[in-house]
Design a protein around this ligand. Structure first.
Ligand SMILES: [Mn+2]
Length: 402
């Protein structure tokens, strides 16, 4: 019988190496990671669970990989007994994230790239907890005919067989669960109707805590102890209103106490103007704070410069305005905010409105429907199951790459 409490910190979707319309997020990530280390120390965290998308791409820049390894090293120094478990998300390369796993394992850091029956069960906090570390499941991880639900059923069977009485069981996943709210996240497009969509019911109630990644908005699913930790920074302008946090889960004799959210301070604000007519936009820009002149202390002025707000401007136009960008940029000349997106909404002729409507309808269509219609047009019959299967695999590849 294992007795004693433990504290787990759940975080997700860091997307190290991310750029917002060409602007690197390095400074925000560095600030978040420094803050995270402080929280681990202050809250005496026993284990950190990172549920995927450590990196923004399968080939992250060296600076992003360095940030990851530097953080792991700093965490080891600050809290030598703290376990770190990280799984790959759909953005990570399982091979690349897992490449250093043997070295990291020696340091008490468990990185799970691809699903591996032999090593996904990881005891943490001196055996007070057991993590079933299931990463994002690619079609290649699933034997032919085996669905995600069936694989998780097997995971649960193996985990229950290994679990000691009183030991907390934490199960991870990087997937979209039906019922989760993906509203306006940059993962929205790839998650709806994708192969990774699954039901929350595959996580039975004897799991102490279900640590989820993929949805960038922090949220609970079905119960308090099944959560998406959410991304630590907004990864698109549409995520501007998300509140970012990490989850602290206290487990006493394997039983969870209601999880606590710790809000993450936002390093860089996002300002969104419009859609509005140009005169209104210019009036709003005039009220924005002016740029601070660089002071003598280079460190302080560096921070001031790096934290300039991101600005999105959407202008309503009745007719094309070739000098629009120049007009906006001139108005922003002495302003602190930096323009990362200038969009236009046409309110003019029926033709442009019509184009707009068609583009919108296209975005709403399911690629499968489009494919079926195109196939039927050319071949005068519905595509066979084999052809649909091939298209699904192709679609999954494209979705993984995006
Ligand atoms: Mn993500």
């Amino acid at each position: 019988m294992v007795h004693a409490g433990m504290r787990v910190l759940h975080t997700s979707d860091w997307h190290l190496g991310h750029a917002l319309k060409d602007v690197t997020r390095e400074y925000e990530h560095a600030r978040f990671l420094a803050w995270l280390l402080e929280i681990c120390d202050r809250e005496a965290v026993d284990a950190v669970v990172i549920t995927g998308d450590v990196f923004d791409s399968s080939t992250p820049p060296a600076s992003a990989e360095r940030m990851w390894f530097d953080w792991v090293a700093a965490a080891r120094r600050a809290r030598p007994a703290m376990d770190i478990v990280a799984i790959a998300g759909n953005h990570d390369s399982p091979a690349r994230l897992g490449a250093a796993s043997a070295v990291l394992h020696e340091l008490g850091v468990h990185v799970i790239g691809g699903f591996d029956r032999a090593r996904f069960l990881i005891p943490i906090a001196g055996g007070r907890g057991l993590v079933a570390a299931v990463p994002f499941l690619r079609p290649i991880d699933l034997p032919v005919g085996v669905e995600i639900t069936a694989l998780y059923a097997e995971v649960m069977e193996l985990a229950r067989a290994r679990r000691q009485p009183g030991q907390a069981l934490i199960v991870t996943g990087h997937l979209y669960l039906a019922g989760a709210d993906p509203t306006w996240t940059s993962e929205r497009r790839i998650s709806i109707g994708g192969q990774e969509s699954a039901s929350a019911r595959m996580f039975p109630a004897d799991i102490s805590y279900v640590a989820l990644g993929h949805m960038h908005r922090a949220q609970r699913v079905m119960r308090d102890t099944m959560r998406y930790a959410g991304a630590p920074i907004p990864l698109s302008l549409d995520e501007a209103r998300n509140r970012h946090s990490v989850v602290l889960v206290d487990l006493v004799d394997g039983q969870p106490v209601v999880p606590r959210l710790v809000p993450i301070p936002r390093t860089i604000e996002i300002v969104r103007l419009g859609p509005a007519p140009l005169v209104e936009i210019l009036a709003e820009i005039a009220t924005l704070p002016d740029r601070v002149e660089p002071g003598p202390s280079s460190d302080a002025s560096d921070a001031v410069d790096r934290t300039r707000p991101y600005l999105e401007v959407i202008v309503e136009l009745a007719r094309p305005e070739p000098r629009l960008r120049q007009t906006i940029e001139t108005a922003l000349d002495r302003k602190r905010a930096r323009l990362v997106r200038l969009g236009v909404e046409h309110t003019g002729t029926g033709a442009t409105l019509g184009d707009h409507a068609i583009a919108q309808r296209l975005a709403e269509l399911d690629p499968r429907d489009v494919f079926r219609r195109c196939w039927a047009k050319v071949h005068e019959e519905a595509p066979s199951a084999e052809v649909i299967g091939a298209f699904e695999r192709l679609l999954a590849d494209v979705e993984l790459a995006s």
